[in-house]
Design a protein around this ligand. Structure first.
Ligand SMILES: *Cc1c(COP(=O)(O)O)cnc(C)c1O
Length: 465
């Protein structure tokens, strides 16, 4: 299996290289040259498998033998052993045709753990083989950072540097990033919003001298291996609800478009998915784009669902690549337009293709709060604000079969918003009950490339702080 860039100007890579590289050197994102397509009876035969066995079947065709079967099985087993629920991604019924898929039982209480725990295992195995040392730099809107730290803390051949927007993550999210005491963990509070952090990260990858000097590796949601890990739970939910004999729709609280793009891959593999519905908060660029055909960034307005406070939705580039019939030159031109003028018009055939596959909706701050309160009253399920955005948008979709809304984080990660809506303050699971007593360690950095590179160089050289 070879991987190609959405902008067509970077070398083709195998799975291992695509995983270690993250962003392609032409600024594009790696995608598989072709997606393996399964027959309905092959999918049907997977019903009843454990999450781990299903993950092995879904992931194996994409890795092109980079891990032997026994090794891949062992990596998957280790990735999910720390989850606090035997089903890994349990379904909870909210209404006759509406289910919630709880993706928050991993070590840092957000769906990011599904991909990050696995990519952590895979990268360690690849590094053990090559004897290399790498610097992982990640930008986070709140949940990727802690998930990455959890996956890489304490490793001797990895430094993990996390850029988060200063003052714009919840206190639980911040403490999850600033309290790990291992010397290879570096939390940087950047002046700016998430788009600033993500832009500086891309700048670092595009500074090839720096990239090679520190052996930069990326684990952001643009990393193909992360998308791949997320494909598994679409199959898991689909099979639980009668696929491939019955189609299922999914509503996905969306920011950087990684999670919902995994649903697109599951569909391309043959899982009968009817609709993939993009749910956004008030930072609704994707909903506006599908409705108007114009992708146009505006400033980010901080919300109670901060992990979705994003305007430059990186993985949308992968969706555009497929919607343009995999026209790399067209995608590169659209992305130049985004850089130069803050937006672009989606070409008409691509817009039609996107509309045929994706629905969309948005939730205001008040609607998000109301949904947390309503679902708590009606079902006893406590939703985090991101999941509530999803449930609100899902409830507005025309009824056409089963709907699964992805619950992307645990309510205890956002206790203030949940308490304001319900009067109830959700408790952290026992294993992190002392989070607020642990000492924090964080460095404030200006949102410019030179300042960040200076701090990162000093840190990986082992200077204390
Ligand atoms: C990251 C995140 C999202 C958005 O996921 P994308 O893959 O970036 O679209 C939604 N909810 C929560 C809780 C998250 O952490």
């Amino acid at each position: 299996m070879r991987y190609i860039s959405t902008r067509g100007q970077a070398p083709e890579l195998g799975f291992g290289e695509a995983m270690m590289t993250g962003l392609a050197r032409d600024g594009g994102l790696y995608v598989p040259e072709s997606v393996p397509v399964l027959a309905a009876d092959e999918i049907a035969a997977w019903a009843g498998l454990s999450y781990e066995d299903l993950a092995f079947n879904v992931i194996r065709p994409f890795i092109g033998g980079f891990f032997a079967d026994a090794e891949l099985k062992a990596l998957i087993a280790r990735a999910y052993q720390g989850f606090g629920h035997a089903a890994r991604a349990p379904l909870v019924q909210l209404g006759p045709d509406h289910f919630l898929m709880e993706l928050f039982h991993g070590p840092t209480l957000a769906f990011k753990d599904f991909a990050m725990q696995l990519i952590g295992q895979m990268m360690q195995a690849a590094l053990a083989r090559s004897g290399e040392r790498i610097t992982i730099v990640g930008a986070t809107s709140g949940d990727t950072g802690s998930a990455a730290i959890e996956a890489f803390r304490g490793l001797s051949n990895v430094d993990v540097v996390i850029l988060f927007p200063h003052g714009r993550v919840s206190e639980v999210q911040r403490r999850q990033m600033t309290t790990p005491s291992e010397a290879n963990v570096h939390a940087l509070a950047v002046d700016g919003d998430f788009d600033t952090c993500q832009a500086r990260l891309k700048d670092m990858f595009n500074d090839f001298a720096f990239r090679d000097e520190v052996r930069l590796a990326g684990v952001n949601s643009i990393n193909w291996a992360r998308v791949l890990a997320q494909v598994v739970y679409y199959f898991h939910a689909g099979l639980s609800l009668g696929a491939p004999h019955r189609p299922v729709s999914f509503t996905v609280p969306t920011g950087n478009f990684g999670d919902i793009f995994a649903g697109h891959v599951a569909r391309a593999m043959g899982l009968p998915i009817d609709r993939l519905v993009i749910a956004t908060n008030q930072n609704d660029i994707l909903d506006r784009t599908l409705k108007s055909g114009e992708y146009r960034t505006m400033g980010v307005a901080p919300s109670i669902s901060p992990s979705m406070d994003i305007q430059v939705s990186s993985n949308f580039e992968r969706a555009l690549f497929d919607a343009t019939g995999r026209d790399a030159a067209a995608v590169a031109a659209l992305m130049r337009g985004l850089n130069q003028s803050g937006g672009f018009a989606v070409p008409a055939p691509a817009l039609a293709a996107l509309r045929a596959e994706y629905g969309s909706g948005r939730a205001s701050e008040a609607e998000t709060q109301d949904t947390i309160a309503r679902i708590w009253r009606e079902t006893g399920e406590l939703l985090c604000p991101h999941s509530a955005v999803g449930v609100k948008v899902a409830s507005e979709q025309p009824a056409r079969g089963m709907m699964v809304t992805l619950a992307t984080a645990h309510p205890a990660k956002f206790p203030d918003a949940v308490e304001a809506a319900t009067g109830l303050r959700p408790a952290l699971p026992a294993r992190m009950a002392d989070l607020f007593e642990r000492p924090e360690r964080v460095t404030r950095v200006a949102g410019d490339l030179a300042a960040l590179q200076k701090v990162i160089r000093a840190r990986i050289a082992g200077e204390s702080h």
